[in-house]
Design a protein around this ligand. Structure first.
Ligand SMILES: *Cc1c(COP(=O)(O)O)cnc(C)c1O
Length: 474
């Protein structure tokens, strides 16, 4: 493809995206293709000769689009939002155009410095502790996902207790099997996965009971830590969640932080979905206690208009993090790194190579402004509260978990099979897409509001569709 051809095809591609977003409401939200259908429509072998962009784009329409679930649809209420926005798409495009690999400061200074600057902006925007700022002892880094941020936190926490240079407890590597981590029963599965990957083992993760609002019980946490201590084990890590995946529950951070401090444990805060809400001062009370966190993570790729992937991970003490991950082979040696005068983000996570993701974040923050993002969050929360009111005041339906942000957990009183039928019928209509969870053993529907294009009428239509999906027998 020549530059001229690229220019033309590029215009076509942008037009294609704009048309798609303009018409997105008219697609059935969830793809209904059978397994294997998309592969069946593709040629068995790669083309020997190059094809025109027109032909390729036509096949996107004919072959790919039927297999797409429309995450940007205003009637997508499943999982959590994974929203995007025009400035984010353009930031991604320019990042691809520049094609930078930002493993070291010296491989493209702007890639590192813009990222550092965006991380500092976010500390200010979310009112996070000053310790997370790059000019203090901490700092932030963009990672691909919250799962990897949590893995990084766990590995850094292990580094802190097993490193003789920094810790008088001086646990040896073989003592590692005694390390124990804690989180609530509602914690995201990525923590258990991280325990396995780190070689610490699922059996050394304690899942602490929750209260009637699905938040961790600090008294149970304290008891579990004490009994592990008594048994000669080493409690070293606790994860508190602000906005759990299942119900949006908020763990009592201040109480958990007190316990973590008493026992000299690493406190990690997972706010993957709800972190974005802290941009609005009225939601910051949920993060009271965050000043005691050793690490914190949230996903702009969920609710902050920045397309996947874009996770943000902050630590209060970056020396521990970089000691965990840094290694300097000869072929990466360079003067700025050795002078210690720059940040090399390859020392902040598992992988070496990294994309220029700060660009899309910069585009989003500048295009919307802080107030613009706040307006989105507030609109979604207001819609969720209205939806919850409609459910509560309708006989036969209940809201079954607190609505702290924009996720509503609810169910029909008819029991599991009725709720399953409602879910299946409503999703089959193509007019919305909803997923479920299980609370106290009961099938529960989740209405996660957060699409950039979602308006009141889409939420109203979803509610009408859900009511119309109740089987006659119920
Ligand atoms: C979505 C979510 C995760 C996982 O996010 P990824 O970025 O997909 O790894 C972790 N924790 C919570 C609370 C979440 O909601």
């Amino acid at each position: 493809m020549t530059t001229d051809e690229f220019r033309r095809a590029g215009h076509d591609a942008i037009d294609w995206i704009a048309d798609y977003l303009d018409n997105i409401e008219h697609f059935p939200v969830q793809s209904k293709v059978e397994p294997g259908a998309i592969r069946g429509a593709l040629p068995a072998h790669p083309p020997l000769d190059g094809e025109s962009f027109d032909t390729i784009l036509r096949d996107v329409n004919d072959i790919v689009m039927p297999g797409i679930t429309h995450w940007q649809s205003p009637s997508f209420f499943a999982y959590f939002p994974s929203n995007t926005s025009p400035p984010a798409i353009l930031g991604e495009l320019i990042s691809a155009g520049i094609g930078v690999q930002g493993m070291l400061w010296s491989t493209s200074p702007a890639c590192t410095e813009l990222e550092t600057h965006m991380m500092d902006w976010l500390v200010e925007m979310l009112d996070l502790p000053d310790a997370f700022k790059s000019d203090a002892g901490g700092g932030g880094v963009i990672q691909d996902t919250a799962s990897n941020a949590t893995l990084a936190a766990l590995l850094a926490a292990r580094e802190r207790v097993t490193d003789f240079r920094s810790n008088e407890r001086g646990l040896t590597q073989t003592d590692q099997r005694r390390l124990v981590a804690y989180a609530s029963t509602q914690t995201h599965s990525s923590l258990e996965k991280a325990m396995r990957i780190a070689g610490l083992g699922s059996e050394n993760l304690r899942l602490i009971d929750v209260d009637e609002e699905f938040a961790m019980r600090p008294d149970v946490l304290d008891g579990a830590i004490r009994s592990d201590h008594a048994a000669g084990r080493v409690p070293f890590f606790v994860c508190a969640t602000i906005g759990t995946t299942s119900t949006g529950a908020v763990d009592p951070l201040t109480a958990i932080a007190d316990i973590a401090k008493q026992h000299d444990m690493w406190l990690h805060v997972d706010a993957a979905y709800a972190g974005t809400a802290s941009i609005c001062p009225e939601f910051r009370h949920f993060q009271n206690g965050v000043q005691h966190a050793d690490s914190y993570t949230f996903n702009p790729h969920k609710w902050m208009l920045t397309n996947f992937d874009c996770n943000v991970f902050f630590v209060a003490d970056r020396a521990t993090l970089t000691r965990t991950f840094s290694i300097l082979p000869e072929y990466l040696r360079n003067k700025p790194t050795e002078a210690g005068s720059v940040i090399d983000y390859r020392d902040w996570h598992v992988q070496l190579g990294r994309r220029f993701r700060a660009l899309k974040l910069w585009f989003v923050i500048r295009s919307y402004g802080v107030e613009g993002i706040r307006a989105y969050v507030r609109r979604h929360v207001e819609l969720a509260r209205d939806f919850a009111d409609w459910v509560r005041t309708d006989a036969g339906w209940d809201v079954v978990a607190p609505v702290h942000h924009s996720l509503v957990c609810f169910r029909h009183s008819g029991g599991d099979s009725v709720n399953q039928q409602i879910l299946d019928t409503a999703n089959a209509s193509g007019r919305l897409f909803l997923t479920h969870t299980r609370l106290e053993g009961k099938l529960t529907l989740r209405m996660a509001i957060g699409g950039r294009l979602t308006e009141r009428r889409h939420v109203e239509q979803a509610w009408q569709q859900l009511k119309a999906s109740v089987p006659e027998s119920a």
